[in-house]
Write a protein that binds this ligand. Structure first.
Ligand SMILES: *Cc1c(COP(=O)(O)O)cnc(C)c1O
Length: 220
């Protein structure tokens, strides 16, 4: 059994509805196609440059294949991200939001986004530093960014697996997600959980897990 099928079954055993994003960073397009043949439809990539060299252009991809950008996005790469991505899950500043709205307007498209929360107070981690900042950013999108479709919240658990630290971070993220969801019922995605901690994330209310290693094997 291939990695995708196995992980998909495991995720289904924990949740009827959780979305599984197959994180294909640092794995070749052949691996993407193998997973696609097994039913995978949503793929996650960290870097715009890698994603655009790996995937066919939008409109030329296999039926139903979607690409989400999940890694930190620099403002100068927003335009390229909008040319390849179905969603940006790692939006972490007002400046980035302004830039996305501006470029999406020029391109005449709408883009789905998640706001990333730094739920573990780790300095090196991306994401909004506080619940208030993230909620303000959500309000700004809903009131002033017609080209951005706010879908929800994303977070990365604490570095290194630690059940207690994870529980704290996931519970915090779930609380902030509830506030975001109360601004708009369309904000219904809570993306948290990776290979090492997805079971715990689902138990804490995650609606979407992003899994790489457990599907595709270790990255070099
Ligand atoms: C790499 C990555 C993942 C997947 O991590 P694994 O541990 O390989 O499952 C998920 N989310 C983000 C933001 C990542 O960068």
């Amino acid at each position: 059994m291939t990695g995708y099928r196995k992980v998909h079954e495991e995720v289904r055993a924990h949740s009827d509805s959780a979305v599984l994003v197959a994180v294909s960073k640092m794995h070749p397009y052949e691996a993407v196609l193998d997973a696609y043949a097994d039913g995978a439809r949503i793929f996650g990539e960290n870097r715009v440059q890698e994603a655009e060299s790996k995937f066919p252009p939008m409109g030329e991809r296999p039926e139903g294949m979607k690409l989400y950008i999940i890694g930190q996005l620099q403002r100068n790469k927003v335009k390229r991200a909008l040319q390849i991505a179905d969603r940006i899950e790692s939006v972490d500043s007002l400046q980035l939001i302004e830039k996305i709205e501006k470029e999406a307007t020029v391109m005449g498209r709408q883009i789905e986004v998640l706001l990333e929360l730094n739920s573990s107070e780790e300095e090196q981690k991306a994401g909004f530093r506080s619940a208030d900042e993230l909620i303000e950013a959500g309000k700004y999108i809903l009131s002033s960014c017609p080209h951005i479709i706010l879908k929800g919240l994303m977070t990365v658990g604490p570095l290194g697996y630690d059940e207690e630290k994870n529980a704290k971070a996931f519970s915090f993220a779930h609380t902030v997600f509830g506030k975001l969801n109360s601004l708009s019922p369309d904000c219904d995605v809570l993306s948290m959980g990776m290979s090492a901690d997805w079971q715990q994330a689902l138990a804490a209310g995650s609606t979407e897990v992003r899994i790489g290693t457990a599907i595709f094997g270790a990255r070099n």
